[in-house]
Write a protein that binds this ligand. Structure first.
Ligand SMILES: O=C(O)CCC(=O)C(=O)O
Ligand SMILES: [Fe+2]
Length: 345
């Protein structure tokens, strides 16, 4: 293995104080030898039956992404589609000035508060909860006084859930990492290390997705790259899926929506991201959502939305865990601390 640096940070990017011919300021990036390219087959990337969180975890550690066939039944996909369709139809866009979202792409944010099926079946899917907790959950020990130790459990929580309808004529989205929103600066890794991931995504195909209609493309193994390596188109693999299949992806993995070169085949997917329970959520889904909606949800869905406290002290409302206040009849009790230990000298 070529020797690589592991200690550089974003501060090692130096502005040169000069501009290009078109007036854009120039910077210098550190150059590093990392030419690793993975070329897995579709089969390598697909989790075998019976699907377990451990099998998904294994693939994500190696490739940064993996497929789960028949993740949700067709009727759940149809129910989500039905719930978001009026919002999609009402969507007006002129695109994104930075070419990140094509003007021919319609999108609905807050899918988990616009579709109860999305919240209960997609967000609270046991595989999503288990896998996101594995990569994003935390459980640590903290001192109270001189001889007590408590534990605090911080589960993964909803970050964003957006339905995209990528229309014919949409262009390739630039390859990117979705953890840029948390300013996550990745270091080179030989082998996947837990602790540095800030988000885990699942892309659900609400219709068949294929290269021609703009399937998400991603770079297997790019979750192990440092902050400086540039993603190249020739390194990508297309996440082609049947309706109801899903693609798990670490946010540190390079990916992007692709060009839809068809005449009339809109690609419709819902992308859910989970984040750490101690980080700021990308979407503010609480503003504008009637409290009755939250009261109608199950405990697992509320917890996954971020309405369960992250032990010990993150996210409470009026000194209580929000779920206790939303569902007072449920007998729910999730205390501020998890367990108390006495220190053995
Ligand atoms: O359209 C897709 O498949 C991916 C979209 C995406 O990665 C994003 O908007 O961040
Ligand atoms: Fe993305």
């Amino acid at each position: 293995m070529t020797e690589v640096y592991t200690t550089l940070t974003v501060n090692d990017i130096s502005p040169l104080g000069e501009k290009s011919e078109d007036g854009i300021p120039l910077i210098r990036l550190p150059i590093k030898e990392d030419t690793r390219v993975l070329k897995p087959t579709k089969e390598d990337l697909t989790v075998s039956e019976p699907v377990t969180p451990e099998k998904i975890e294994e693939k994500l550690k190696i490739y940064g992404g993996c497929f789960v066939k028949n993740y949700l039944p067709e009727e759940d996909c149809d129910a989500i589609l039905n719930d978001v369709m009026p919002h999609l139809d009402a969507f007006k866009t002129s695109g994104d000035a930075s070419n990140f979202i094509s003007p021919t792409t319609r999108r609905v944010s807050g899918t988990c508060v616009k579709s109860k099926t999305a919240a209960e079946k997609f967000l609270a899917h046991p595989l999503n909860l288990a896998v996101s907790d594995k990569f994003l959950g935390k459980e640590n020990l903290f001192r109270l006084g001189d001889d007590q130790v408590v534990t605090g459990l911080s589960r993964a929580q909803h970050n964003s859930c957006i339905t995209f309808a990528v229309g014919p004529g949409s262009a390739d989205q630039p390859l990117h990492r979705d953890d840029i929103l948390h300013h996550n600066i990745r270091k080179y890794q030989d082998k996947y290390e837990f602790g540095g991931e800030t988000a885990v995504g699942t892309v659900l195909a609400l219709k068949k997705t294929r290269k021609e209609n703009g399937a998400t493309r991603f770079i297997p193994g790019s979750h192990l790259w440092d902050h400086y390596r540039a993603p190249k188109e020739e390194e990508t693999v297309y996440a082609e899926m049947e309706k109801g299949d899903c693609f798990f992806m670490l946010a540190s993995c390079y990916h992007g929506g692709s060009a839809n070169t068809t005449k009339d085949d809109e690609r419709i997917i819902t992308i859910l991201f989970m984040t750490q329970g101690t980080l700021r959520q990308e979407e503010n889904i609480f503003l504008g959502t009637p409290v009755e909606y939250f009261k109608s949800l199950s405990i697992p869905a509320l917890a996954a939305l971020g309405l369960q406290i992250s032990q010990p002290f993150c996210g409470w409302y009026e000194n209580e865990d929000p779920i206790k206040l939303l569902l007072p009849e449920s007998g729910y009790d999730f205390s501020q601390f998890r367990e108390v230990y006495k220190v053995v000298a």
